[in-house]
Write a protein that binds this ligand. Structure first.
Ligand SMILES: [Zn+2]
Length: 340
């Protein structure tokens, strides 16, 4: 029987999300343009449903220039045997399809960052329409949502999972357990986010459903190691939730829980070319000089030192030299007892 949803989408998909078995299809987002006055943007989707169990929604390509999740989810879609599933696995491997095709963070059609426009707008731009379908049809069905990211073209990240603290401690604990099951070296608990509004995270968290995002590498590159960690983590989530049988494979990784205070974000003090002194995984001391900004036009001027505020471990850093005033250069995490 079809699941009752609070506000079903006006858009459709070429597969039936209530059908049992494994189905590959596409979400159809109307996209009238010069090249095709009548046409749909076809966003890939996979539904694997069998037996009783939770519904897990996996997404990648929220940002088009992040690849580990896009690859791992395609492999999982092929490898998962529907008969071995207890529950429902929904996979969207290229969420912002136009951005994926353009190898860019944001959509080249409307310039929108998918992760700042949730819960979307069914009468909005193309990106907002995709988001509205995902929110109305997929997030509403899901018991758990896992969004796979990487640093993108300009940023590189240690492999870490992340969550936000929920008002409900039980949901916080459920998300924490998902991070640990994913088996990446660090799990970040954010109390808040500098740019929280419109994130998929926020839209799911406001429904009190467990949500984790994972950051896996970056610099617009993809490595065998980062893909392997991603694939292992996705499978571990399925095992942890009882959707597939088996044992968690951690590779002896024990996830260390850390926090990122507001002071953990190091911003560029000026426009210029940034020279980093520290790298991912480095442990830095409070007030340590972590890099310096060179003036492009005035090499006679001394470069500007950039300091870390509180010591910790570098979990993300900007990898593009050319930098604008206000760009984030480093993210530094500190050990955290989340208290839930
Ligand atoms: Zn991303």
């Amino acid at each position: 029987m079809a699941q009752a949803l609070p506000n079903p989408s006006i858009f459709s998909a070429t597969l039936d999300l209530d059908a049992h078995g494994k189905h590959f299809g596409h979400i159809r987002i109307p996209h009238s343009r010069d090249e095709a006055g009548l046409g749909d943007l076809m966003v890939p989707i996979v539904s694997i449903k069998h037996g009783d169990g939770p519904c897990i929604l996996f997404l990648a390509g929220n940002h088009g220039d992040e690849f580990e999740g896009q690859i791992a989810l395609r492999n999982v879609a092929h490898d998962l045997d529907a008969d071995g599933v207890s529950g429902h696995v929904i996979i969207v491997p290229a969420l912002n399809l136009p951005a994926v095709l353009n190898n860019s963070r944001c959509s080249p059609i409307d310039g929108k960052n998918m992760n700042r426009i949730f819960p979307g707008d069914r009468r909005g731009t193309v990106t907002e329409k995709i988001a509205s379908y995902v929110y109305d049809e997929l997030v509403q069905r899901a018991d758990i949502v896992v969004d796979l990211h990487a640093g993108g073209t300009n940023l590189s990240c240690l492999c870490y999972a992340m969550m936000h603290r929920y008002p409900n401690p039980a949901t916080s604990r459920a998300a924490l357990d998902l991070m640990k099951a994913f088996a990446v070296p660090y799990g970040v608990v954010f109390d808040t986010e500098p740019d929280r509004d419109g994130m998929l995270d926020t839209a799911v968290e406001d429904l009190d459903k467990p949500f984790i995002a994972v950051e896996l590498g970056g610099s617009g590159a993809v490595t065998p190691q980062s893909v392997a960690i991603t694939a292992r983590g996705v499978r571990n989530v399925l095992v942890h939730t009882g959707v597939v049988a088996g044992a968690i494979e951690s590779g002896d990784v024990e996830t260390e829980i850390i926090g990122v205070p507001t002071r953990g974000f190091v911003l560029a003090d000026d426009h210029g070319i940034f020279e980093p002194f520290v790298d991912l995984g480095d442990v830095v001391d409070s007030d340590q000089v972590v890099g310096r900004m060179h003036s492009i036009h005035r090499p006679d001027r001394l470069p500007i030192d950039h300091h870390i505020k509180d010591g910790g471990v570098v979990i993300a850093r900007r990898t593009t030299g050319l930098t604008t005033h206000g760009d984030y250069l480093f993210v530094v995490g500190v050990p955290l007892d989340p208290g839930f």
